[in-house]
Structures are given as C-alpha cells and as structure tokens.
Write a protein that binds this ligand. Structure first.
Ligand code: SF4
Length: 251
C-alpha cells in the first residue's frame, strides 16, 4: 500500500518527466472522496490511523527545503505534482498551497509545470476551480459516464453527481487533461457500450486538450480486476484519435 511523505520524490513519470510529488493528505493514512476499487492506496477504511492534513505553512516549508536541496544537487524537476494518498482538493488550504507552490516554482524551477491529479469531485466549488485554473496541468478523472456506473468503480463516499462534475469541467473550455482508468471487474467493463459510449460522449462534449487513458499498474484493493493491454486500449480509443483528440495511452 502506497504511503507518501508531504513532499516526495522526484520520481520518473513517462508523461510528466522528473516529477516531485506533493501529498496534501495524511502521511500515514488515506482520505479520499472516492474509494476506487483499483486505488493503489487501498480502501479508505484501512487508512484512518492518521487523519491530520498538512497545513499550507508546513507544505511551503517542506517544499522549499526540498527544492533548495534539488537545485544544489543539480537534479532536474519537470513537474511539481499534487498526487498522494487521497484527494488533494479536500485539504482546506489547497488554494493557498497552489499559490505558494507557483511562487516557489517560479523561484527555483521556473520551467517546471505544476500538475494536479484530482478525482474532480470538488471542481464545482468556485475556490477549487479557481485554484485548478492556475496550474499548468489540471488532470481530472472521469472513469464512467453515469452515477450508477461510478458507484461500481469509484464508490463515492459522499454526494456525487457526474453531471455536476461535467458542468463544472465545462468551465475549463477544454484547457485541462481528462484522465480515465480502463479495467474490467466482475460488474464493470470500461470497454462495454454502456460505459464506453457514454464516456466518449463526455469527451466530445468537454473537448479536453488531452485524454490520458491508463490501466492497472499496481496491486488493487479489490481482487480479480483485469487490465487492458495497450493494443486493446488503442483499438478502443481509435475513434477519438481519428476525430483529432490527443489521446495518451499508458499500459
Ligand atoms: S480518486 Fe485516486 S486516491 Fe481516491 S480512491 Fe480513487 S484512485 Fe484512490
């Protein structure tokens, strides 16, 4: 089960390059508004030993110390990436932390991108959307096109409405990255018409500047999940590629 420090890495990411991670969730726990069947952090119920969220001042301090160290070592940083053990945007200091991170990026690694991996459950909140608008790569998750299907794969822990998320994402006017997990479970199949056709409609409506399609890479809390091969995903996504969408496939 993955547990990250507040600032971790850098790790190499095929898409983001040398990526310095920021975890705005507890160091020894997981807190998320989803409880995805494929989450590499495990189930929410297994991650509640630690519920303390780092404050903006702590994140700023830890990030500056790490950036100073990396500069002195000559280590490249291509992206400062908010990921970690849960959903970053539920940290109450998220908007302040984004402002601080951009300022530190400008000071230490001006060419690095600021990226946020988010499940998009909070994007309807104006202050969260405004913060996400300031980052270079807002990478927002939609795995399924209906609330019933989202229940099967993402298991939201509070009120969730995929239509509300889609409406909120429209505000980006396509200037965001859509991230989608492709898998098969006992009652969910990303390639089935009920999932895939509705999901493609959402892509066509939102016109994200990039679609990141990925599949299972690490042990999952639900057993028996099946991954897709790169070839299968490419065949599946070909209609969108032919329509001109920028689709990145990660096997
Ligand atoms: S949104 Fe991400 S962190 Fe949250 S449960 Fe799903 S995979 Fe895990």
């Amino acid at each position: 089960m993955v547990r990250e420090e507040t600032v971790f890495g850098p790790i190499f990411s095929r898409r983001l390059g040398s990526s310095l991670g920021i975890n705005l969730l507890p160091v020894n726990g997981k807190i998320c508004t989803f409880d995805c069947i494929y989450c590499e952090c495990g189930w929410n119920k297994d991650g509640h030993d630690d519920t303390r969220l780092p404050k903006a001042s702590e994140v700023r301090e830890a990030l500056e110390a790490k950036l100073k160290q990396l500069v002195s070592e000559g280590t490249p940083v291509d992206s400062i990436t908010f990921s970690g053990d849960g959903e970053s945007t539920i940290n109450p200091d998220f908007p302040q932390i984004i402002d601080d991170t951009r300022a530190l990026r400008d000071q230490y690694y001006p060419s690095a991108k600021v990226s946020v991996l988010s499940n998009a459950t909070q994007v309807h909140r104006p202050e969260i959307f405004a913060a996400l608008r300031k980052v270079d790569n807002p990478i927002m998750k939609i795995d399924a096109p209906t609330n019933a299907l989202v229940q099967k794969i993402n298991k939201p822990v509070s009120d969730y409405d995929v239509n509300r998320v889609v409406e909120a994402l429209k505000q980006f006017n396509g200037d965001f990255v859509l991230q989608t997990m492709f898998l098969k479970s006992k009652d969910f199949d990303s390639s089935s018409p009920e999932v895939f056709n509705g999901w493609m409609d959402i892509v066509r409506l939102l016109k994200p500047r990039e679609v990141m399609a990925y599949t299972i890479d690490r042990p999952t809390p639900e057993v028996g999940l099946l991954k897709f091969t790169v070839e299968e995903m490419r065949a599946l996504l070909n209609p969108l590629i032919e329509e001109g969408f920028n689709v990145q496939i990660k096997g």
